[in-house]
Ligand binder design. Structure first.
Ligand code: 5RP
Length: 222
């Protein structure tokens, strides 16, 4: 059973005619976009999508989903996105696909935020998944040093050829290998204060609904 597909398709039940919909990024969000594309084509569902990455833009365009740029909307009704890790208290890590900057900007405009995950993403505490931090290229080595000084175990994310991975905005990603994050709010405040950090992957106090796919069925938590 493809759990990612199950949760992706389930999430589109919360999408109604006339909505502005934030379209997430990743292998789970892929199925949600596919399902919305089907509904647009087969049922004449009338929505406008706001995408969170070039990948999702390409997929949505191919499927004929009408799109607007984030600057052309004043709100988003619902955003549906994947997540890399969700704690017991529904805080999240995102950015495994290096898209968390756009994802957070879209989430910040959204009245409802739905995360779609298979149950492997659920954890008691955050931190087993390396925390992505997007940094500007200029002085990125200094930012790495600063994060090392705080014992945050930072590493540049690399492509297969060893070059630094670039985000859709042309920045780099530093992953923090933390094991456990005892105080996500404190860490988020620290990262927000580091000059050269564009955005980190801690999504705190934002999600309104989580759809979890398990081998024995789906769970929807509000
Ligand atoms: C991309 C993201 C994704 O939502 C997250 O990485 C989950 O991806 P997947 O569904 O492929 O596991 O934050 O930056």
């Amino acid at each position: 059973m493809n759990l990612k597909k199950m949760v992706g398709y389930k999430a589109t039940e919360f999408v109604k005619d006339g909505m502005i919909v934030g379209l997430g990024t990743g292998s789970t969000a892929y199925y949600m976009v596919e399902a919305i594309g089907k509904r647009v084509k087969e049922e004449g569902l009338s929505i406008v999508g706001v995408t969170t990455s070039h990948r999702t833009t390409d997929q949505a365009r191919e499927l004929g989903i009408p799109l607007k740029d984030i600057d052309e909307v004043d709100h988003i009704d619902v955003t549906i996105d994947g997540a890399d890790e969700i704690s017991d208290d529904f805080q999240g890590i995102k950015g495994g696909g290096a898209a968390h900057l756009f994802e957070k900007m879209v989430a910040n405009l959204s009245e409802e935020i739905i995360w779609i995950v298979d149950d492997s993403k659920m954890a008691s505490k955050l931190g087993a998944f390396p925390l992505p931090v997007e940094v500007v290229k200029f002085g990125c080595g200094q930012v790495l040093k600063r994060l090392k000084k705080e014992n945050l175990n930072p590493e540049f994310r690399l492509n297969d050829d060893g070059s630094k991975l670039e985000t859709d905005s042309g920045n780099y990603i530093i992953d923090l290998h933390l094991g456990t994050i005892e105080d996500p709010h404190k860490l988020a405040s620290f990262l927000d204060s580091v000059t050269g950090v564009v955005e980190h992957g801690l999504f705190l106090d934002t999600v309104t609904k989580v759809i979890i796919g398990r081998e024995d069925g789906l769970e929807v938590i509000d």
